[in-house]
Each structure stands twice: as C-alpha cells, then as structure tokens.
Design a protein around this ligand. Structure first.
Ligand code: PDD
Length: 285
C-alpha cells in the first residue's frame, strides 16, 4: 500500500505529493510543525499539540491555514488512509508560497499545510526502553527561541547526526552556564542524587514538550518529589537516573552520558514507572 499525504487541500500518493519551490518552508524554513503519537489508531494528547501549534503560529505571525475542527478531520483522514495503528502523524504549516523576499509575503498569500503519517513498530521503542540508550553532550548553539516549534532545525539535525556517529541515540545540549537544556528532539530529565525528579523549566530555552507535560501530571499523581529547574551536566553525570521524553520515545532511560554510566548503568525504576503509567494518563482522541 502506498502512503498518502495531505497537501494544501488534496490527498495524494506520497510519490506525487509536492509543494511549490517558492514555498517559504523550502526557501527559508519559514514554518512550524507538530508530531503527534498514534496508538491503536488514536491520537495521543492531541489538544496539547494543538495548543502548542497555536502558540508557535502566533509567535511567528503565521495564520492557521484551516480551522481546528478541519485540522482534526485531516489528521484522522491521513492516519486512516495510511492505515496507521501505531506510529505518528506529522503536520507542517508554512507561511506560504511567494516570490522570494525575506520580508513577509503580501496579504492574500495562503499558508501551506502538509500532513503525513507513518507506522512505527512499538516493539522498537520498548526494546530501547528495556536496554536504555546512550547520549552525548554538545554546546547548545540554537537561536534564542527554541520554545517555538519551528522548521529551523539545522543545529538539531547536526547534533542528532553527531550522536549517531558517536554510536549514541541522542545529543543533550548544554548552555553557556553548563546547564543541560534539552535533547536535539527530546526533553531531558534526571532523578538527581537526592532522589528528586527534575527537568528544566519550560522557558524560551526549550520546547515545551507535550510528553513532558503529561509526564509531569503522572509524577504529580504518583506523589513523586519533582522540581522544574535547570540542572548541570555534572549533576546529570552524578544522577541516580536520567531519561529523555518525546511523542515517539515517551520516557526512555538514558544509561550513559558521554560514555559515563548513569546510576548502575541500567534503566532506573522511576523512569520505567513513569513510562508504564504514561499510557493511562495521556488523552486519546
Ligand atoms: N520532537 N525538544 C525538542 C527540541 C523536540 O524537537 C521535541 C519533539 C521535544 C519533545 O516534545 P514532545 O514531547 O511534544 O514530542 C523536545 C519531535 C518528536 C520531532 O521533532 O520529531
């Protein structure tokens, strides 16, 4: 079965789906995106993804291409047409196609909307969780607004590739003061040496992860001691546990940072408990 994409009002086989070479997403990376987990055919935490999408669009002054109800229908249609039971749905909105000029295009240029979906074998994620993954660290060289989920991902792309070439799963980014911000496509967490769960506060320096928000709910419901605060790389090396989170990784244990084992070098109990409880806490729609 060939995959189907939604592109500016039409459902097309992936091989025939395309946008104008003048699309500003292509020319300038001028757009935003969301990635939503699909489990058993249901969209996970869709409303939180929509809320963040609204914030990203507002921050960049891009108009929504369709209303929320229509967008919901399109996401479901793309998931259904691709027969995705477990996987993800990707949506991307650009400022539209117009003659190349750095300034915004004239009024009347419609924003572009592309939606794709793909299946992912959940057993691969489970295998990663059971083994735990390694991360490396790199300087955070991104712009000042990583809280906007924009298409400008070159530093993230280079960081992920550096991780892969080092045999690691992810790169954690470290700010100029020695604090971990987040991963190239995931949020970063530790269970510190004092046993308190910590993740960086969601200010402008990180993406406000949807999975992060739901895991905070899970931690609160479980009565875990938890702090939103910056943590240093040194603190992460000395942590009892570390893990990363995102729509597709949920909570995945980090068992080594820069080649140093974290805790006893095996997935930690707090991480695994949060991961287990995630499904029940997340909204399905
Ligand atoms: N990445 N931080 C960054 C920089 C991210 O790109 C992501 C998501 C996250 C986690 O956010 P969430 O829990 O909402 O997925 C944190 C997506 C999955 C991606 O770019 O593919």
């Amino acid at each position: 079965m060939s995959r189907v994409a939604y592109v500016n009002g039409r459902y097309l086989p992936l091989a025939q789906a395309g946008v104008s070479i003048l699309d500003r997403a292509f020319v300038f990376g001028d757009g935003v995106y969301e990635v939503c987990l699909v489990r058993g055919g249901a969209l996970i935490d869709e409303l939180r993804h929509f809320a963040r999408l609204k914030t990203s669009l507002a921050a960049l002054r891009i108009a929504a291409p369709v209303g929320e109800a229509a967008l919901k229908r399109i996401l479901r249609e793309v998931v259904a047409r691709n027969r995705v039971s477990d996987g993800l749905v990707y949506l991307q909105i650009s400022r539209g196609a117009a003659r190349r000029d750095h300034g915004f295009p004239p009024p009347g240029v419609a924003p572009g909307l592309v939606v794709t979906a793909k299946s992912l074998d959940p057993r691969l994620g489970e295998a990663n969780a059971e083994r735990g993954v390694a991360v490396i660290t790199l300087p955070d060289e991104r712009w000042a607004h990583p809280h906007i989920k924009s298409l400008q991902l070159l530093p993230n792309v280079l960081a992920k590739q550096a991780a892969r070439e080092a045999g690691a799963f992810e790169a954690w980014l470290v700010d100029r003061d020695g604090f971990v911000t987040e991963g190239s496509s995931t949020n970063a967490w530790i269970v510190a040496a004092d046993g308190v769960l910590a993740t960086r506060q969601a200010d402008q320096s990180i993406l406000r992860g949807v999975t992060r928000a739901t895991l905070i709910d899970v931690a609160a419901a479980a009565g875990l001691r938890f702090e939103e605060r910056p943590f240093t790389l040194e603190e992460a090396y000395a942590a009892r546990e570390a893990f990363l989170s995102s729509a597709t990784t949920i909570a995945t244990p980090v068992v080594a940072i820069d080649g140093r084992p974290i805790g006893d070098g095996r997935p930690g109990p707090t991480t695994m408990a949060l991961r287990r409880k995630f499904a029940a806490a997340a909204a399905r729609s």
